[in-house]
Design a protein around this ligand. Sequence first.
Ligand code: 5GP
Ligand code: MN
Length: 336
Amino acid sequence: MLNLAELKEILAQPKNIVITTHHKPDGDALGSSLGLWHYLRQKQHHVQVITPTDYPDFLAWMPGNADVIIYTDKKELSAQLVAQADLIFCLDFNSLSRINGLGELVQASPAKKIMIDHHLDPENFDDFRHWDTRACSAAQLVYEFIAQLLGDKNSIDADVSTCLYTGIMTDSGSFRFPNTTSNVHRITADLIDLGADNAEIHQAVYNHSSENRLRFLGYCLSNKLEVLHEYNTALITVNQKELKQFDSNTGDTEGIVNYALSIDGIRLAAFIVERKDKIKLSLRSTGTFPANEICKNYFHGGGHRNAAGGQSEDTLEQVVHQFKTLLPEYKNLLTK
Ligand code: 5GP
Ligand code: MN
């Protein structure tokens, strides 16, 4: 393990650094990674962001995006960079299975590993961690890492601020989830002062739908939404054929589950989608209902209490059946 003084000592000289984040990066994954990238570059390090997979267009405007390496596009180069790194920052994940094939490379690399994360149950692959499950986002933790742990708030420039603001905004559901504390608002206010253009960032992320994506959302809501009133549960199920019909791209299904949760009285919402290689579940809940427990116990997944995910090798029909069969067990929690 490294202590903070040792890490600061390492960072005092230019180093080879890789920053990586979870597969199918969301706004927090990419925002926290690029925010840290801008900061470390400013400090003369040789830094590379490597994402395990590609990510949606509505994130591709962020400053530094053009320099991101996508592992699935450049496996050899990624392997070389990971093997030669002095430090690897692991942002917004804490289990190596979340970075697919990169996981084995990171594990095998002699680099010191730094975890900056806000998910439950971290694995022990790191040498230093700034980990806090109360944080609304990894971007918040990167802000704290720079401003408080490294005591270097003065180096947070407009690019760092823009990326970190994006991470905080997207992972806090635009500042509406319960972990959006007054402290988060103070950090956000700082980021605006330091150069993040909040109106422009909201515009870039949220008003960037393709026509197909909006029509797909309409189709899901009018044709595919199922409300199980007895369990205050709503679910939306989508198969491969439907994804193709609407020419669905990476990220196009993100957020749809929240519409199911927005129905009055609904405590649990599920979006169950047939991906090419497996079935993926996204669960959202309100209050104390543990969506992550269902994902962990039945669908090889996990996450936060109110936002969790999992997967299955079974067919879509089997997974939907299994999900519905689970509900009686949770009826008390869902209805009391
Ligand atoms: P989403 O539904 O957006 O894919 O994921 C919601 C939350 O659950 C995210 O915080 C994500 O980190 C977590 N999550 C999603 N899928 C998995 C999974 O397969 N395993 C674990 N441990 N967490 C997941
Ligand atoms: Mn996050």
